[in-house]
Structures are given as C-alpha cells and as structure tokens.
Design a protein around this ligand. Structure first.
Ligand code: BGC
Length: 336
C-alpha cells in the first residue's frame, strides 16, 4: 500500500472516531442540564449539618463518573438577618462560592436552588420581601459567573403557596434576577411539591431563558416506603417495583403529559429530583425503577438530577468511597 493511500485511510479513520465521539456526546446533551446529581443534605441544612459533610472533592468524583450537572440545594432563608434587607450571611455565601468554583473547575454545570424555605409555604405574603431580597443578593453575587451556573427560584412550593400566589411571586423574583443576569438560565416548577400533575397551573413569565422543573417520586408508596418524614410510610414497607407493562406505562403516560405541555410552551424540561429511599426498598426494584425513569426522561429530552449523591437516597457511600454499582449503571450506563 503506498503512503498516500495509507494517509487517506488514516484520515478516514480519524474522521470516523470523531464522528462516533460527537454522536455519543450529542446523546448526552439532552438539554443544557443533561445528566446530573443532587448534593442533598449538605447545604440545605442547619449549621452543624445532618448526616453528610460536604467535601470539595465530591465535584471531581461525580465528574469522573460521568455526571454533567450538580444541583445544589441551599437553605439561604435559614442564614439571613431577621430584618430587612434580610442580608444573607457571608458564612453560607462563602460555602456556596467554593462549591460554584469547584463546579467550574471540574467543568460541571451547577444549579443553585433555594431549598427548605418552609416559612414561605406557610405565609407567602409576609415572606415576599425576604424572598425577593434574597434573590437580589444571590443574583448580584453570581452575576459574573459563567452561563452554566443556573438559578432555581424555589424548591417544591407547597401548602399556602398556591398557584396564583406562586405564579405572581416567581414573576417578581425573576424580574429581580433579570436586573443583573439578563440571560442566565432560571428554573421554575409547579406548586404542590413540583408535582407534574400541577404543571397546567404554572404560568410561565415571558422569558427566553427558563427551564421547567418537576420532581418525580411515583409510585410514592414505593419510593418513600418507611420514610420517617412521611406519615403512614411504614405501612408501605416491602413495596416493590417490578417493571411490569402497567408500571412502565404509568411513567410514560405521566411524562407524556409533561412533554406535551412543555412543547406547547416551547420550554425545556428538567427532572430536578427522582430517587427511592434506600432504607427499605430492595435494590433490584430501586435500580429497575431508576433506569426506567431515567430512560423515559431522556427519550423525551428531559435533563435530570438524581436525588441524591451520598445520603438517604444516595448512590455513593462516602465513608468508604464506594459507588453503588446497580444504581450508577441504572443512571449512566446505556443499554446497547
Ligand atoms: C427534600 C429531602 C427529601 C427528598 C425526598 C427533597 O426535596 O429536601 O429532604 O429527602 O425531597 O423526599
């Protein structure tokens, strides 16, 4: 074989490899968020923490595994002054800064989510000033950050924060964010704990850079069996998810409702939380359910962040630095 022919073969081989890599990559670019994970029980907790200590190397660990996004729930409302302008403490801001910088260093998208703001669920009217002021401060602080730092206005609006009140509040908070961050991606979800069944009640503000989020924990008796924070959950212990046609169709039908709504509103969808509590559910059911939900989301081009990295629903045992293979495969391994 002469040299020229060899060169041509080499060039074609390189082109073929590049094409394969690009097509693999486009598969993953489900929408700007892609495949991600929640750093739950780290920043949305009172000082002193719950059962997980945040460690900076978690970012490189999840990046190496193949995740593209970290959703960071933060209890901003628990770390402010009690009076206007409700200044957010430097302590929490500095921790969030360090997480944002680590995400950027590791080429990960990061979502800053206002989490565990229980007061606003009970008294939305009297909390309005604080809510808007907090977004003013967060937006100001991170306005110079790259585009792949996203803001999520509020985790799981519920209770007295009904659709009419929430739609108005979200619009005002977004307007505040837009004063300093004209085209940063902002994430908003429906009331009643971001449940998909309430998506029709969400009124999206006029804006080209919104992403809609829902949380998916259905069937709830399976994902929350034995959960101490859910009343009656001990009665559900032993519930399995077998992947029957009926069980799969339920997930598909639910996601179709969301897809149809999102297409009508020309907006990307993001499943911000899905997962099954680890204490009682059997691992085979958890892995089956996780894979099915993840694949059903990706089929419809929804991005997602699994709930969660290393706590109650987790996929990583931080004490022994070990991944749960069944769940990681369910999330990241594509079946041929
Ligand atoms: C809550 C967590 C809870 C999870 C599943 C999250 O939004 O912040 O505390 O474990 O939902 O119920």
């Amino acid at each position: 074989m002469n040299k020229k022919l060899l060169m041509i073969c080499a060039v074609f081989f390189m082109l073929f490899i590049t094409a394969c890599l690009i097509s693999k990559n486009t598969n993953l670019k489900i929408n700007p968020i892609g495949r991600g994970i929640n750093f739950g029980n780290m920043f949305e907790v009172p000082p002193g923490g719950w059962n997980v200590q945040y460690k900076e190397d978690y970012f490189s660990i999840v990046k190496e595994k193949g995740f593209e996004t970290v959703r960071l729930p933060v209890w901003f409302s628990g770390y402010t002054d009690n009076t206007p302008p409700y200044t957010i403490n430097e302590e929490i801001f500095e921790r969030v800064d360090s997480a944002v910088n680590k995400a950027i260093e590791n080429d990960l998208n990061i979502i800053l989510c206002m989490h565990n703001y229980t007061d606003i669920m009970i008294q939305p009217k009297s909390q309005k000033e604080k809510f808007i002021s907090m977004w003013n401060q967060i937006a100001e602080r991170y306005k110079g950050m790259p585009d792949n730092v996203y803001f999520e206005l509020l985790n799981e609006p519920n209770n007295a924060l009904d659709a009419i009140t929430w739609n108005e509040l979200a619009k005002e908070a977004l307007a505040k964010v837009r004063e300093t961050n004209t085209d940063r991606k902002v994430i908003i979800g429906p009331v009643n704990w971001n449940q998909f069944t309430y998506i029709n009640e969400l009124e999206l503000p006029e804006d080209d850079n919104l992403i809609v989020t829902i949380h998916y924990y259905e069937p709830f008796h399976f994902t929350h069996q034995g959960a101490s924070w859910v009343s009656g959950a001990t009665n559900w212990i032993g519930t399995t998810w077998d992947g029957t046609d009926e069980e799969k169709t339920e997930i598909d039908n639910n996601f179709d409702i969301v897809k149809e709504w999102a297409d009508e509103h020309n907006v990307d969808v993001f499943i911000g939380e899905f997962g099954a509590y680890s204490k009682y559910a059997d691992i085979q059911s958890r892995a089956r359910w996780t894979r099915y939900v993840r694949e059903a989301a990706e089929k419809r081009e929804f991005g997602w962040t699994y709930w969660e990295f290393c706590s109650n629903f987790g996929i990583y045992e931080h004490y022994i630095k070990q991944w749960n293979k069944e769940l990681v495969d369910a999330l990241l391994l594509d079946e041929e």
